[in-house]
Ligand binder design. Structure first.
Ligand code: HEC
Length: 219
């Protein structure tokens, strides 16, 4: 085969059909040209649909302002109000304190309607109960691994009809009341950022640190 046989042959059929066909394929040139032209027309159609190469396409921003001006930079004050997480080791617990006695009237006014007057459950979860650790129904006494995250949960999520409405003192009082009602702390214990992390929950040992690298691993 001569080198010249491999030189491409440029065929210009019409404006939409430009095909490069190697010289060695001369014998089937008609067929190749037909396929090539169909492919070319198809490609032009696709490009037209997605707007590539369309000269009249306006720039995406035309008719719109450069910026819509929605939202505003988050202030430190706003960030601090949202940055309220309390870690299992107690990091993040605020200043303040509460006792079960202080929490009792708050519980009656803000929680009992859904969780029952003694935490026995009503329309919402049972919170108090002596079922063995890990057994059903799950309560704070038999299923919560940390007392610190109980504070966190109540502060950010309860009551469901007005989350974030409780004062720090009220949340400490409610935490103390619920821990005392579950028999975990003395009824007169003062609960604060120093004492709450020391409370050992009965269900602590049924939880293990999840250090799996593969989410599909089953233990
Ligand atoms: C309007 C009804 C309602 C009120 C009032 C309410 N809760 Fe709840 N509470 C719920 C619901 C519903 C859930 C379950 C939420 C979920 O599973 O996502 C829940 C869950 C909880 C849990 C977690 C239970 C668990 O083991 O998973 C705690 C703790 C709790 N509430 C405490 C409180 C405290 C303390 C108050 C009072 C400040 C309160 N709740 C007031 C409806 C309520």
């Amino acid at each position: 085969m001569a080198v010249s046989d491999l030189e491409p042959d440029l065929i210009v059929d019409n404006a939409q059909c430009v095909c490069v066909i190697p010289d060695v394929m001369k014998h089937s040139r008609l067929m190749i040209r037909a396929v090539c032209c169909m492919a070319g027309l198809w490609l032009i159609g696709v490009l037209g649909m997605i707007g590539v190469g369309a000269e009249q396409q306006p720039p995406a921003s035309e008719g719109h302002p450069e910026r819509f001006g929605l939202g505003e930079p988050a202030s430190m004050d706003l960030i601090q109000r949202l940055d309220i997480d309390v870690r299992p080791d107690g990091t993040g617990l605020p200043e303040g304190s509460g006792t079960a006695a202080a929490g009792a009237p708050v519980y009656a006014a803000r929680c009992a309607s859904c969780h029952g007057p003694s935490g026995e459950g009503a329309t919402a979860n049972q919170l108090v109960g002596a079922a063995p650790v890990g057994a059903s129904p799950a309560t704070i006494g038999n299923y919560w691994p940390y007392a610190t995250t109980l504070f966190d949960y109540i502060r950010r999520a309860m009551p469901t009809n007005a989350p974030g409405s409780l004062s720090t003192a009220e949340v400490y009082g409610l935490t103390a009341w619920l821990l005392a009602a579950n028999g975990i702390i003395d009824t007169d214990a003062d609960i604060n950022a120093q004492t709450l992390p020391l409370v050992r929950m009965p269900a602590r040992n049924i939880f293990v640190p999840d250090d799996r690298l593969d989410a599909n691993t089953v233990r």
